[in-house]
Design a protein around this ligand. Structure first.
Ligand SMILES: C[S@@+](CC[C@H](N)C(=O)[O-])C[C@H]1O[C@@H](n2cnc3c(N)ncnc32)[C@H](O)[C@@H]1O
Length: 336
């Protein structure tokens, strides 16, 4: 093994220097003897005495994602890739910028190795269309888009190619679940595979109705109700505007997580909300003013008042824009 031979007292400093210069081999163990130390390296280095010596092979996996890709990408590119990871059950979905597309298979293999999940997909499009799904391409591992994701003790089965799901909303779902009171009647107007209803129903004694226009989402929602052994949840497939006239009751809480278009359904929500009920409203925005105005305009049309009880940036969507949440209490004007 090609190695640098250095006096023992210099071993640590030279090791650091060679690591920083990415010249050290990480797959062999450094050997320290009575007077000299031997550091495995990738090539001859003029400043040091070079020797060929047997060193022990390290049969460990590389320590981290950066180590796996350090020969291929800059540390900035590696950091950007890492923040794009979404892990959903046995699947990792990542975003590869155009300038790194030629290295997608190397990146895929490194991700597979590092995460120990079964399938690595890269994003081929933004989330699009009414049912909010995105195009994906397999870059490593097995092509199986069905998985079971665990979130706050709930098991959520889904097909990542057929339905919307974001693990980045886990904290928001927990927050909403923690704000629910036993006995509430809840409507999730855009429920997807049911993560809000499932997390809420696991932690509260409530009645929940979930509606989604995507048949596949409702198929998995039904399966998730069974997987989590839950009762008092009603899944309905259809456009919530068409389904809502069939409801025989009003709701204490309405969840509106369709951030690009929820404002268009505020009239439906204002009609269905119980007096003093809460609307958990979401939109994409650079702040809260637009959402607050949309809520109060919709309330005014129904002769209702809005009291904003909480606002939160759920996640960043692009520089300066956020997926935001606004919790609004709706009261009838005639009550005041
Ligand atoms: C952003 S996803 C949110 C899903 C779910 N709430 C979650 O957190 O994973 C929005 C969902 O709304 C559904 N959707 C879009 N338009 C709809 C409509 N008019 N009526 C009912 N569902 C609709 C889509 O199919 C999609 O599953």
């Amino acid at each position: 093994m090609k190695s640098v031979k250095v006096p023992l007292k210099m071993l640590n400093d030279v090791r650091k220097e060679l690591m920083e210069k990415k010249l050290m081999r990480m797959d062999y163990r450094i050997r320290a003897e009575a007077e000299y130390g031997y550091i495995p390296v990738k090539k001859d280095i003029d400043e040091y005495e070079m020797v060929d010596i047997d060193l022990d092979e390290l049969n460990t996996h590389p320590h981290n994602f950066s180590e796996l890709l350090e020969d291929e990408l800059t540390s900035c590119e590696i950091e950007d890739l890492k923040t794009s990871f979404d892990t959903i059950g046995e699947i990792v979905i990542l975003e590869i910028p155009d300038n790194l597309l030629s290295k997608k298979n190397i990146i895929g293999k490194a991700t597979l190795n590092f995460t120990k999940r079964k399938s690595i997909y890269m994003k081929k499009s933004a989330v699009h269309g009414t049912i909010r799904i995105r195009d994906l391409e397999l870059i490593a591992g097995e092509d199986n888009p069905v998985t079971v994701h665990k979130e706050h003790g709930a098991r959520l089965k889904l097909n990542v190619k057929e339905v919307y799901f974001s693990p980045r909303l886990a904290t928001e779902r927990k927050r909403v679940s923690d704000s629910v009171c036993d006995g509430e009647n809840i409507l999730d107007m855009f429920c997807g595979i049911g993560p809000f209803p499932i997390v809420i129903a696991r932690n509260n004694n409530v009645n929940i109705t979930g509606v989604d226009i995507n048949e596949n989402a409702i198929k998995y929602f039904k399966e998730n109700i069974r997987l989590n052994k839950l009762k008092n949840i009603t899944p309905l497939c259809g456009d919530v505007r068409d389904v809502s006239p069939t409801f025989k009751m009003k709701f204490d809480r309405i969840i509106m997580n369709l951030p690009g278009l929820a404002y268009d359904f505020l009239d439906v929500a204002m009609n269905l909300i119980e007096d003093n009920g809460i609307i958990n409203y979401y939109e994409f925005s650079d702040g809260y003013e637009q959402g607050k105005k949309r809520l109060s305009d919709a309330a005014l049309k129904e002769n209702k008042n809005v009291e904003i009880i909480n606002t939160r940036k759920v996640k960043s969507t692009s520089p300066g824009e956020w997926h935001i949440s606004i919790d609004a209490k709706i009261t009838s004007k005639s009550d005041q």
